[in-house]
Design a protein around this ligand. Structure first.
Ligand SMILES: CC(C)(COP(=O)(O)OP(=O)(O)OC[C@H]1O[C@@H](n2cnc3c(N)ncnc32)[C@H](O)[C@@H]1OP(=O)(O)O)[C@@H](O)C(=O)NCCC(=O)NCCS
Length: 174
């Protein structure tokens, strides 16, 4: 079994160091009632690729804490070859936002569509299951800097929404 004990190198890392690409043929067990691929099968691949990117950046175990803005733009068909690309967009203290892009290719015709995109948040855990600090992210390119800036806006929105819900519950005594 892989050694999952956290590596403690705090040196900044570029987003490219966390890049992950999973390729999978979609088969009959992935089908929904319409005969296309079930959204949940795609989401599982997205979470797997996203988690691997977060593990690569943080050098240890992570858990998924949020998955948002999962959009399905085009259906994936049984028999398509799906490519799932993931990389870390930004980091907080213990959390990381990972951007994931799903492409589906018909291997017979070569036609390829951008099927889905998603943003997920992972938290790195230490050996006791508590959040642990992750290395800083050092974007290298204009695209990486843009993704980081946009990820910071999503982080603010997520945390503001969480605080607003907690405040509303507290006001009701829940
Ligand atoms: C992840 C977990 C350990 C965080 O616990 P917590 O008590 O909220 O810890 P903290 O308040 O210290 O937050 C840790 C980080 O998570 C982030 N976070 C917490 N809730 C969040 C949310 N809803 N959305 C985005 N980020 C969130 C915090 O901002 C913080 O990030 P930062 O250190 O970069 O600022 C806890 O929520 C957990 O165990 N969740 C279950 C995860 C799991 O089992 N996933 C698999 C599901 S099958």
């Amino acid at each position: 079994m892989t050694d999952a004990s956290p590596q403690s190198d705090p040196a900044p890392r570029p987003p490219s160091a966390s890049e992950v690409e999973l390729v999978q043929l979609m088969e009959l067990p992935d089908a929904n009632l319409l005969g296309n691929v079930h959204g949940g099968s795609v989401m599982r691949l997205v979470d797997t690729a996203g988690g691997l990117a977060a593990i690569k950046h943080s050098g240890g175990a992570v858990v998924t804490v949020a998955m948002d803005e999962m959009s399905f733009m085009e259906p994936v068909r049984v028999g398509d070859v799906v490519t799932v690309k993931a990389r870390v967009n930004d980091v907080g203290t213990t959390s990381m936002e990972v951007g994931v892009r799903v492409e589906a290719e018909n291997p017979v015709t070569g036609a390829c569509v951008h099927s889905s995109s998603a943003y997920l948040v992972y938290v790195a855990l230490d050996g006791k299951g508590s959040p642990r600090p992750v290395p800083p992210l050092e974007p290298q390119t204009p695209d990486e800097r843009r993704r980081q800036a946009e990820a910071k806006l999503r982080r603010q929105a997520r945390l503001a929404r969480k605080r607003a819900i907690q405040a509303a519950r507290a006001a009701k005594g829940e």
